[in-house]
Design a protein around this ligand. Structure first.
Ligand code: HEM
Length: 140
């Protein structure tokens, strides 16, 4: 039962983190293309999306660690799984950095740095593909 619940939360968190990457990325792309800075309300949405992304990554880590221990007795599962958790670790670090950057810029009443946000969105997309590919290979 606990394994089923952990898997459910692992999958729910995947939906949330993916939604944040796609939704947040799209909002940023539309504003960048229009050469505009998001207004105060859209900035608020982006900030909340950032927190949601970080929270869902933390849920992925907590449920993932518990699942690895319960089902496989640890983290030495296979190479694809190791690659998956290394990419997931980079994703978590990236999410921390972006959230701190967005928090600091909103505190200083400034929009987040465009290049940092673009780089972060692009790396985030790449990393999530590596994680998903790793999961697909590891558990096939
Ligand atoms: C961005 C982060 C993550 C994503 C997108 C992700 C994605 C996935 C996906 C799609 C599956 C299903 C694979 C399948 O059953 O065929 C899965 C399963 C699993 N994940 Fe994650 N995961 C993430 C982070 C983690 C972390 C950090 C850990 C461990 C520290 C972890 C441990 C596991 C385990 C053990 C399973 C397999 C459960 C089973 O045997 O059914 N995951 N993950």
């Amino acid at each position: 039962m606990s394994i089923i619940l952990l898997k459910l939360f692992h999958y729910l968190a995947i939906v949330f983190s993916g939604g944040v990457l796609v939704g947040g990325g799209l909002i940023q792309a539309v504003y960048t293309r229009a050469n505009q800075v998001p207004d105060i309300n859209v900035s608020k949405v982006l900030k909340i999306l950032g927190y949601l992304g970080l929270a869902s990554l933390l849920v992925l880590w907590i449920t993932g660690i518990l699942l690895s221990n319960l089902i496989y007795g640890g983290f030495s599962i296979n190479t694809a799984f190791s690659i998956k958790i290394i990419a997931a670790a980079f994703l978590l670090i990236l999410s921390f950095i972006v959230n701190i950057h967005v928090y600091n810029s909103s505190k200083n009443n400034q929009p987040p740095n465009k290049s940092i946000m673009k780089m972060a969105t692009m790396s985030g997309r790449g990393l999530i593909i590596v994680v998903l590919l790793g999961a697909a290979i590891a558990f096939s």
